[in-house]
Design a protein around this ligand. Structure first.
Ligand SMILES: Cc1cc2nc3c(=O)[nH]c(=O)nc-3n(C[C@H](O)[C@H](O)[C@H](O)COP(=O)(O)OP(=O)(O)OC[C@H]3O[C@@H](n4cnc5c(N)ncnc54)[C@H](O)[C@@H]3O)c2cc1C
Length: 474
């Protein structure tokens, strides 16, 4: 698609000289995503700094049938933020004000372009916790987190982003501003419209601000890396440790041995803290108040787990620095996979108790398609979400291996369906999975989604081609 010069002029006028760029060098980092999988092109980068500017941009785009892609921190993993067909690109990075903090009500209102790390820090400075935590937190934005309903490592305790948002401000496709920044925990006064925009991946409106829930910052945090013999033992350990800690677990992450090897090989300053290799590990964290003897309950639970054979060894962090070193092992897995070379990735969810059976069925099914591929299945076992990934048989680039992506993906996703799971637990659909969606969602569900899209964006100018597959039947 191309954007007529007359429209370009109107859009530039709407934001003023500081609010746009056509400079190739400035556009370049916005046109390629983190893994280098999607490359886009766009004639114009818009950088609005106010809600009025966002509204003006959308009004012009809607009037002129000009397609637009919204981008926050460009850390999305399914290509949703990349303008693949020459759409105008709207970056939210200049919508970067922290508007308000209500310490009594424990809420924070921030504009869409504020980074997740800044939100976390602002909360922490006042002794609160904003529990959303992702390895991309230094770059991703709260608008992007809301638009993708991001998950991360603390969903087990605090839920997905959806559970952390009390209010939203959204600009609709025709420029209408929906001001819904209500800091209410209870509001049954009609459809909960904000929920429709959470996870909508830029297809229903541009999120410009959010009112977020804050939590009391726990005084005590106990972190351990635990060697476990199998995923089955890990699932049993989860139940046992929830019991021992009175439900205080805040993270429960599964890692295979190969993840430990890749991280310690590729990421400076990491080391395996246990004396012997284990086929699987769990990174476990519990948090609570200083008077509840959390550390003792946690260590009792670990001792019982070792006695029962659910765990074979464990290291409990004795300082914040040690806890950070254990977290670094987990958080560096994606980066280490990237440095190792080609990999095929999935972001799937199945019921927690089904994880061992899923791994037992899906791993050999993939190896039948790609003999020698190296399974690197890790993730948020506590909430049933696995990054069911495979590295190529050998380190380095492997175009032949990557050419099998679709076949491998379908094999995996068909098995996910058998387990009544989801083909996208937390990363979204974007462009990467849009063609797959009809295989895994009913016509009826897809038609209801299309009806919503038509209601909010009748001209299909917002992120066209992403998230919702075109109708293929009469
Ligand atoms: C190393 C790494 C680790 C990650 N770990 C996790 C993880 O644990 N859990 C997880 O869920 N994700 C994870 N991600 C994915 C990514 O960080 C999240 O999806 C994040 O929420 C995207 O935020 P962003 O600001 O970068 O959005 P972008 O990548 O810019 O955009 C993502 C999507 O949201 C839309 N969008 C962005 N901003 C807005 C807005 N203001 N209004 C409307 N639509 C908008 C875009 O159009 C696009 O469809 C990871 C990514 C990386 C690189």
């Amino acid at each position: 698609m191309s954007v007529p010069e007359s429209v370009m002029i109107r859009l530039k006028d709407a934001v003023g000289a500081k609010g746009f760029s056509t400079d190739r060098g400035e556009l370049a980092p916005h046109l390629e995503e983190w893994r280098g999988k999607y490359h886009g092109h766009s004639p114009l980068l818009l950088k609005p700094a106010t809600i009025a500017e966002v509204s003006a941009i959308l009004r012009i785009c809607n009037d002129t049938n000009t397609a637009l892609v919204t981008q926050g921190g460009n850390t999305g993993l399914v290509g949703g933020q990349i303008p693949l067909h020459g759409e105008v690109l709207l970056s939210t990075r200049r919508l970067n004000k922290l508007r308000a903090m209500d310490e009594g009500g424990m809420t924070l209102t921030a504009e869409a372009g504020v980074t997740l790390a800044e939100i976390q820090q602002t909360a922490a400075d006042k002794h609160f916790l904003f529990p959303l935590s992702l390895a991309s937190e230094g770059s991703c934005t709260i608008g992007g987190n809301v638009a993708t309903n991001a998950g991360g490592t603390h969903v087990l305790r605090y839920g997905m982003t959806r559970a952390l948002v009390l209010g939203l401000e959204v600009v609709l496709a025709d420029g209408t501003v929906l001001e819904m920044l209500r800091a209410l925990h209870k509001d049954n006064s009609g459809y909960d419209l904000k929920q429709i925009f959470i996870g909508s991946e830029g297809t229903l409106g541009v999120i410009t601000a959010a009112t977020l829930r804050l939590f009391a910052k726990p005084d005590v945090s106990v972190t351990a890396l635990v060697a476990v013999p199998s995923p089955d033992a890990a699932v049993k350990l989860l139940g046992a440790m929830q019991g021992h800690t009175g439900g205080m677990l805040s993270a429960f992450e599964l890692m295979p041995r190969i993840a430990m090897e890749l991280v310690t090989r590729h990421i400076a300053g990491t080391r395996d803290p246990l004396s012997a290799p284990s086929p699987w590990y769990v990174l476990m964290e519990a948090t609570g108040g200083r008077h509840a003897n959390l550390a003792a309950s946690f260590e009792d639970g670990l001792a019982a787990a070792i006695a029962e054979g659910l765990a074979t060894d464990a290291v409990v962090a004795s300082s914040d620095a040690q806890a950070a070193a254990l977290w670094k092992l987990r958080e560096s897995i994606s980066e280490s996979q990237k440095r190792e070379g080609a990999s095929i990735k999935h972001d799937i969810a199945v019921p927690v108790a089904a994880i061992p059976d899923f791994l037992a069925k899906a791993t050999p099914a993939v190896l039948a398609v790609v003999p020698g591929a190296r399974p690197v299945s890790f993730g948020h076992l506590g909430d049933g979400n696995l990054h069911f990934n495979f590295n190529a048989p050998k380190p380095g680039d492997d175009p032949g291996f990557l050419a099998l992506w679709e076949e491998v993906q379908q094999t995996v996703h068909d098995i996910v369906k058998e387990f009544c799971g989801s083909i996208s637990a937390e990363h979204g659909i974007g462009v990467m999975k849009v063609a797959q969606v009809p295989r895994y969602k009913s016509h009826e569900e897809l038609d209801a989604m299309r009806a919503l899209k038509r209601a909010f964006d009748p001209k299909n100018i917002l992120n066209p081609g992403k998230l919702i597959p075109p109708v293929l039947r009469l």
